[in-house]
Design a protein around this ligand. Structure first.
Ligand code: DX5
Ligand code: ZN
Length: 229
């Protein structure tokens, strides 16, 4: 997985047909998705439950590119090896999920995955200052995690602060929540390179009619890139 700071669109399968994940992943990839974002929720760290490592393992063969697994669970550490075995390329844990984010990030890299750390909207950039050399990705939540389709919360100042903190390290800034063609330029301009989008990608399409997925992905990408042209 070579480092690439260009804009990447990562559809969140939280907005896909839960009875058809394999075909949905293949469909959005064929329509131009760069990464596939997989939201794992435990009903404890966040007020919703999705699925765990067994489902990730089942989805994996249907994804050609990067499987980006976002853990909204606490604790994290007992499950790291299971997500490595499931084939996650990037495994992201929340800094708020426990007292030992340093240990968690070490364990994620130790299990052979890229390590991500996520920050809730109420958590400042400084919360990850001491782990900057241990992460491959910082996920800035622009909604309170737990549900798709929520309203975007502007975290532009935090994104810019993180971009300065990252300096020339090969660390992605990912934005998760409420990303659409209107909000994408704001976060891209602030320094983000991975844009997660659930409802804004899957709306209007289906596995049998995937063209809207491609149009939606293109609209987000062009809006994000537009800031540079
Ligand atoms: C929220 C999840 C997001 C969510 C984004 O807890 O982490 O990945 O699916 O969905 P939209 O793009 O609909 O806000
Ligand atoms: Zn997510």
């Amino acid at each position: 997985m070579p480092f690439d700071r260009s804009i990447k669109i990562a559809p969140s399968i939280l907005a896909a047909d839960f009875a058809n994940f394999g075909a949905e992943c293949a469909a959005v990839e064929a329509q131009g998705a760069d990464w596939i974002h997989v939201d794992v929720m435990d009903g404890h760290f966040v007020p919703n439950i999705t699925f765990g490592p067994a489902t990730c393992a089942a989805i994996r063969p249907h994804i050609k590119g990067v499987m980006d697994v976002h853990l909204m669970i606490a604790p994290v550490d007992p499950f790291i090896d299971a997500f490595a075995d499931a084939g996650a390329d990037v495994l992201t844990a929340h800094v708020e999920a426990g007292p030992h984010i340093h240990r968690t990030l070490q364990a994620i890299r130790g299990a052979g995955m890229k390590a991500g750390v996520a920050l809730n909207p109420g958590t400042p950039a400084s919360a990850v200052a001491e782990v900057m050399d241990m992460v491959d990705l910082i996920c800035v939540m622009t909604v309170n995690p737990g549900f798709g389709g929520q309203k975007f919360i502007d975290m532009t100042t935090k994104i810019k602060t993180l971009r300065d903190m990252i300096g020339d390290r090969p660390v992605h800034i990912e934005i998760d929540g409420g990303v659409d063609p209107k909000t994408a330029p704001l976060v891209a301009q602030a320094g983000a390179d991975v844009l997660v989008a659930g409802s804004a990608v899957f709306r209007g399409g289906s596995v049998d009619d995937p063209t809207p997925y491609g149009n939606n992905i293109r609209a987000i990408r062009e809006a994000a890139l537009g800031v540079w042209t």
